[in-house]
Design a protein around this ligand. Sequence first.
Ligand code: HEC
Ligand code: HEC
Ligand code: HEC
Ligand code: HEC
Ligand code: HEC
Ligand code: HEC
Length: 286
Amino acid sequence: MPSRSKQKKKSEATGQAMILSPKRLFVTLIITAAALLAFKGTAPAGRIPPPDEYGMVVIRNYSQKAGFAPVVFDHWLHRAMYTCRLCHVDVGFAMEAGATKIKAENNSKGFYCGSCHNGSRTHNKKVIFAACPGTAGQEDRTRCDRCHSLGREVKRDYEFASFIKDLPRQTLGNGVDWEEAEEKGLIKPVDYLEGVSIKRSSLAAQKDFSIESKSTWMTDVIFSHKKHAVWNGCEVCHPEIFPSVRKGTVKYTMFEIYAGEYCGVCHDKVAFPLLDCQRCHTKPVR
Ligand code: HEC
Ligand code: HEC
Ligand code: HEC
Ligand code: HEC
Ligand code: HEC
Ligand code: HEC
């Protein structure tokens, strides 16, 4: 493999091996500590969520006032069935908890959750249970409870532990290697929803590239357009998260990423967390 031997030569030449030098280890620890402090400031509970709660979104703009429990939405279940693009572009959910301002009425008219949860659409030949009805009666409270479930004992159809049992593992986030699960065909996220999505021509593949780290002790980042496009298409990132499509035009730092911008829009919330430094900083130190 030519690239690997090149990498080796490079690290030999600079005298820096792939192992952490004491200095690098120290700086890494400082940054990690700073990052943890930053998490404390932003994460509502000030803690790293357990695997089954990683990517869980609580939606609570209107339900409590109407006498219902807030709604719990799990990414681990939905991302195994659909691409990010399908929900965040075609269906139109914001990438921020609570920002879509979903009303029961929208759902009952077939928007948002109701684009799938309408009582007639199927997934794997199974009918998807309906979301909120037009008028909120006492009718079928157990169905309401499946979504309006925060703080309630609700019997689930999908339990996290058994759901991920046969999926490849990773240490952080959901504890699942979603990348590998998708590559091996263990999950097949659907990217098209009849009546909601518009048929598109397949998109031009983009080159993968490396992003230079501004520090000498932290390794460069390799960004794979190909892998990201599998989940996100192009429209999730361009133009909203990365407005410029000319590489290097927008400057950002690790601190902005920690603050939930750029890569941090997804990483730390749904995609694997920022504590997993090496999964992004994969190139050897210059
Ligand atoms: C079935 C639909 C669906 C799929 C698939 C989906 N999402 Fe989401 N996502 C949502 C909803 C709903 C919300 C909450 C929106 C709201 O509350 O207004 C959300 C919120 C988010 C947030 C904000 C979370 C927070 O805590 O603020 C991020 C980031 C996100 N999604 C990323 C992703 C990524 C990355 C993928 C693919 C791996 C993905 N989503 C797949 C529906 C989906
Ligand atoms: C793109 C389609 C799609 C969208 C949009 C969607 N879901 Fe789902 N959801 C599904 C499918 C498919 C299932 C599995 C249904 C089944 O097998 O019974 C499911 C299951 C669920 C479950 C059941 C979990 C369990 O273990 O019983 C909950 C809760 C849920 N969705 C909440 C939501 C909420 C809340 C929204 C909107 C914020 C939403 N979903 C939007 C497709 C979708
Ligand atoms: C597939 C998920 C899902 C199911 C099932 C569901 N809802 Fe909802 N519902 C939502 C979401 C998401 C919201 C927005 C929550 C918020 O912002 O507080 C919501 C909000 C509401 C609201 C708030 C008031 C308003 O005008 O928006 C009412 C009332 C409501 N739902 C009634 C019901 C009833 C009654 C049932 C059962 C027959 C039900 N819902 C089942 C997802 C669901
Ligand atoms: C996960 C986010 C993400 C997705 C998804 C994504 N891109 Fe990008 N794209 C980037 C980033 C980051 C850059 C670099 C931008 C910068 O440095 O300002 C970039 C740069 C580009 C560039 C400029 C490349 C260069 O060498 O100057 C083009 C063209 C581009 N993207 C097109 C696409 C297309 C087409 C798709 C879908 C197949 C896509 N992107 C999907 C994040 C993404
Ligand atoms: C729109 C959401 C989104 C944004 C923005 C985003 N990612 Fe990702 N990324 C994902 C998802 C989803 C995966 C699949 C793995 C997972 O969910 O844990 C992934 C996987 C990866 C991987 C592992 C795949 C591989 O190449 O081997 C790396 C590395 C990565 N992202 C780096 C980045 C970097 C660097 C940026 C910013 C330039 C970025 N990501 C921005 C959603 C995103
Ligand atoms: C999701 C991918 C991702 C993860 C995970 C990640 N980084 Fe970064 N990091 C980046 C990107 C992209 C840049 C490049 C920003 C630039 O300099 O243009 C960067 C830049 C840096 C820099 C250079 C200085 C700066 O602020 O830009 C340092 C230092 C750094 N990261 C440290 C860390 C540490 C420590 C961790 C683990 C706690 C970590 N990173 C995890 C993507 C990531």
